[in-house]
Design a protein around this ligand. Structure first.
Ligand SMILES: Cc1cc2nc3c(=O)[nH]c(=O)nc-3n(C[C@H](O)[C@H](O)[C@H](O)COP(=O)(O)OP(=O)(O)OC[C@H]3O[C@@H](n4cnc5c(N)ncnc54)[C@H](O)[C@@H]3O)c2cc1C
Length: 480
């Protein structure tokens, strides 16, 4: 196995790197792993950590290019926030004016297959005034679809496997990742690694530089649920609305008033409700997550109880059919990439020679006091909640004067390459983007494309023996 360092943080990585540089022919001083040495779980060309759509698309792309691929997912299903968090919306695949398709790839293929089964509903191509929803989908159907994609492509799946450590054999180069699953502590060797964990777990534990906003500046998180009985409530109480339930007068005792809901294609009885909000919760802190989950479930309980108290019905009222297994996380760690995308880049539609994703979803920042949207066409919308009255104050304006609008924005490959990386990429919401750019780029349509690009780049790097920064694969999600 040679000389290797189990790095669980920057210090371990640096210590290992320094030891190797000082005495390359002598066995390096190895930081003792916290648990017994890992069993060998096989060798692959590419290993992807995290099986959201981002991770699945990365793995399948790499497999399609002939790679032997391992995919590590801590749950027993794929989809990440879309399935574990019940978030059932993908945004527009079209240019801002709706005239041209700008995104194809696996995102388009999945939407078309789900729509053909009646398990996704398609909406206007235009990224309109307040809506840019391209499709609502059924999260269970997405799970099935991702199972099929992964199995059909021959990717080796490690379900129920949490990534816990990275083994770094020289600066910027990961040799193996260590996972914990029912079989114990196992090591997966690969030539190239892609971190799709959302939280940048691999990037951070391999010792690459990362950053995150202070707790209070992190975007707020939301626990979603599937509820039933909404139609009955509406029929018996024409004044019923979720907005009413969020007001202090409902007695739900919330510190926020914003909520949104969505239909669940194929299940007309069910509504996906996103009405909880947990602020100042750092998803890289296990205690914050535990507290956040308790807090969000308690909020959900109070909202449902308020609904049935304020709007009683002669049958079952609002009922929770399922609570998402995971808190929906809007933001955590970011990598320090070769480039940090800025709000100005996004809102001006800056073009890059190394484009990997295109999108039009607005800048959307969920912060303590409310929500702010900035659109590519110059409009701005801000919602500020009055916690005393429950009223929502909306301000419509412009962040720039009337101007020709960009067709879309772009994401550069450089923003998913960790600084100093030889064989690691990080796709998804941990990309390097400032607060404003991140507000737009974090949505799934964009993450999906980053995943596809990372998979193609990993395959290119392995085949052509390139380092991560030199493996730009082209815009692989372009419509065909
Ligand atoms: C309430 C809410 C509403 C949203 N609304 C929308 C919307 O309408 N449309 C939209 O497009 N986006 C929306 N977003 C944003 C979007 O859902 C996320 O930004 C996006 O899904 C992030 O994708 P990701 O692949 O980077 O990470 P994630 O979806 O978080 O996936 C990470 C994956 O890695 C796995 N994982 C994590 N750590 C480990 C580990 N150590 N070992 C093994 N596996 C691991 C997880 O289980 C998961 O499968 C919303 C987010 C929230 C929270």
């Amino acid at each position: 196995m040679g000389d290797r360092t189990f790095a669980t943080g920057r210090r371990g990585f640096l210590a290992g790197a320094a030891a190797l540089a000082a005495a390359p022919s002598v066995r390096a001083e190895v930081a003792a792993p916290a648990a017994p040495l890992a069993q060998d779980a096989g060798a692959f060309d590419v290993c992807v950590v995290g099986g959201s759509c981002t991770g699945v698309f990365a793995a399948v792309r790499a497999a399609a290019a002939g790679m032997r691929v391992a995919l590590v997912e801590r749950n027993y299903f794929f989809g990440g926030t879309a399935t574990a968090g019940f978030v059932p919306v993908w945004h527009s695949l079209f240019s801002l004016d709706g005239s041209r398709r700008i995104v194809g790839g696996y995102t388009q293929q999945v939407i078309e297959r789900l729509a053909a089964k009646g398990l996704a509903t398609l909406h206007d191509a235009k990224n309109g005034r307040s809506e840019s929803v391209h499709c609502f989908f059924n999260p269970a159907a997405l799970q099935d679809e991702l199972d099929w994609m992964v199995q059909a492509s021959g990717v080796r799946t490690f379900f129920g496997a949490s990534f816990v450590a990275a083994e770094v054999d020289r600066p910027g180069h990961v040799a193996r990742v260590v996972v914990e699953d029912k079989s114990g502590r196992r090591a997966i060797a690969a030539k190239f690694f892609i971190d799709c964990s959302g939280d940048g777990d691999l990037v951070a534990r391999a010792g690459f530089e990362t950053w995150k906003p202070p707790r209070e500046r992190l975007q707020a998180h939301t626990l979603c649920a599937l509820v039933t009985g909404v139609e009955r409530l509406r029929k018996q109480h024409p004044k019923f609305s979720f907005d009413e339930l969020m007001k202090p007068s409902s007695g739900a005792k919330l510190n926020h008033v914003f909520q949104w809901w969505a239909p669940v294609p194929g299940c007309p009885e069910a509504t996906m409700l996103a009405a909880t909000r947990v602020s100042a919760c750092d998803p890289t802190d296990a205690d914050d997550l535990t507290h956040g989950m308790f807090e969000a479930r308690a909020q959900l309980g109070r909202i449902v109880a308020a609904a049935n108290r304020v709007f009683p019905t002669d049958g079952p009222g609002l009922q929770v059919a399922a609570v998402a297994p995971e808190l929906g996380l809007r933001e955590s760690r970011h990598l320090c990439g070769l480039y940090r995308v800025t709000g100005e880049d996004v809102l001006s539609g800056r073009e890059y020679p190394d484009v990997i994703a295109k999108g039009t979803y607005r800048v959307d920042i969920h912060e303590g006091k409310g929500i702010k949207f900035r659109y590519l066409d110059g409009r701005e919308w801000e919602m500020v909640q009055d916690l005393a009255t429950g009223d929502i104050k909306v301000r419509n304006g412009r962040w720039r004067p009337e101007d020709p609008n960009p067709e879309c924005y772009q994401v550069p490959y450089r923003s998913i390459v960790p600084k100093g990386s030889e064989n690691v990429l990080a796709a998804g919401r941990m990309l390097d983007a400032d607060r404003e750019a991140y507000g737009a780029l974090r949505v799934m349509v964009n993450c999906n494309q980053m995943g596809e690009a990372a998979g193609a780049a990993a395959a290119k790097a392995v085949k052509e023996r390139l380092a991560a920064p030199d493996a730009y694969p082209g815009f692989v999600s372009a419509p065909t």
